[in-house]
Structures are given as structure tokens and as C-alpha cells.
Design a protein around this ligand. Sequence first.
Ligand code: PAF
Length: 299
Amino acid sequence: MTTQTTTPALVHTREELDAALAVQDVQAVPRTEGRSAHTARPHRRAVVMTMGALHAGHLSLVDRARELADAVVVTIFINPLQFSPSEDLARYPRDLQRDVALLSGPGLLGPDDIVFAPGPQVVYPDGDPIVRVSAGSIGDVLEGVSRPGHLDGVLTVVLKLLHLTRPDVAVFGAKDAQQLAAVRRMVRDLDVPVTVVGAPTVRDQDGIALSSRNAYLSDDEHRRALSLSRALRVTGTADQIRAAARRELQETDVDYVALVDPATFTEVPAGFVGEALLLVAATVGSTRLIDNAVVEVRA
Ligand code: PAF
């Protein structure tokens, strides 16, 4: 008796990935039958890129990818290029077995789907790449000030993973708003043949945005971390919003509070009226957290 596998193909090397993509290209049957036009999947393959330590936020990206495409590739790779020497690369949580089990849960990845979990030597066979992608002016502000080179490292690996996995659509979380904007801009500026889709931030019931780094927080730090999502609910003029958000964050070590144009990441001027993106970054204990929301700025 043969048992049919229901779990995704787990691959680690470029050769294994190529073979699994070839199978996907032949076997992935359109899942559109019996679906309304609203849920029909126009794309063949979707990719969701992660660094592992998966939580419900990542799983919501996979859900979105499944809605958009017939077959899904999830990448799990902790990209050394986007960590500065002082950051938490060594202590970044790693548990591939748990991640694959989560991805194999009901309604998520099936046998037509792929988990690509390469090591650094697979992604960077020649060591640190000499040629890298620059995030340009989007990479010089906010996250770019606190984490110089971070977005260049992100874009470099995102472009490589797009080349390796060859998706039609790539789904990224809106929680990393600056990353999402930089990826969109790279795809447009460099004519990368993929559609980028942003998926909404997933929050716990208490409002905290789900993040792999939340695992580092003690109970008291978690309580203080709630001020990040509270800070995004302030209202008023541009100046009032910035000041009120800072006040909310007083129990944290504030890195930045910014109210920006979501496309360019430049600060909106004092008299601005309309929709803007409010972003906060703060350290609680030794854990740096970020969050953001679109807010309506009043006159
Ligand atoms: O958002 C992340 O987890 C990472 O920055 C990404 C997109 C997987 C690139 O390493």
C-alpha cells in the first residue's frame, strides 16, 4: 500500500529546489475549480520569504499566498547580510522542525508546495557577495539610520530568492512597512518580473504586532511593549500625532516616531492633512520592536 504524502517538499540545496520546482510546474493543478471569481487564483506560484521562528503572522502570509496562486514556496533563511555585528544573529530562534510542522497544518502547505531552507553556503556560495542591491534613499532613513545597510542586505537576499524560486507573486507583511516599500521599489526600478502583495499585520488580542522577537520579552517587557500599538491609535494634526505617540512610548527606549508618505518614506510636513503612515521603533529590555499603521492626519 502506498501512502500519499500531505506535507510540503522540504529542500535545502539549489539542485533539490530546482527539482521540486520542476515537479511543481508539472503537477500543480489549478485550485480554481469550483471557486468563485472572487477567490480564483490567477498566479501559478507564490513565494513567502521568512527567517523561520514562524508565528500566526507568517501563517497569514501563507494563507494569502494560497489564495493568490496554485502552488506556494516558503523560504526559511536567516540572512546574515541584514544583521549588523551588534545584532541578534546568533540568538535568532531556529527550529526548522517546528516551522515545517506549523506550515503543514490544516489549510496551509500541501504536497504541491515547497519549503526551501538553505544554509548560508547555499545562498552565498562565494561568501559575502561583492555585488549587492542598494535600497537607495528608502534605505537611509528610519530603519536605515538605526540599522545601516540592513535594507540593502534584505533586498540582496530577496532578489536572490526571487531568482531561485521564480514566483509570479511574492507576499510580504505590512508590519515591516519600510521593507515592503523597498521591495516594491526594487521590483519597479529593476523591472523584476514579480507581483508584490502586502498582507496586513497580525496582532495578538492585546494589540501587540506578532513578531519572532516577542519571544524574548518577559511579562513586564510585554506589558511595556503594548505601548507601541497604543501609540499608533493617537489622533490629531501631524505634530500632535508625533508628540502623542512619543508620550505613549515613555516606558520604552524610543528609537523613532515618524509620520511619513508611505511611498517615499519622507516625513509629512506640519500642515499635512490626509492619510500618512505612522511608524514607531523602540527597545524594550534588550529587544527592539517596530510597528506601524496608516493614520488620518487632521487639519
Ligand atoms: O522579513 C523577513 O523575515 C526578512 O527580512 C526576509 C524578507 C525574509 C529577508 O531575509
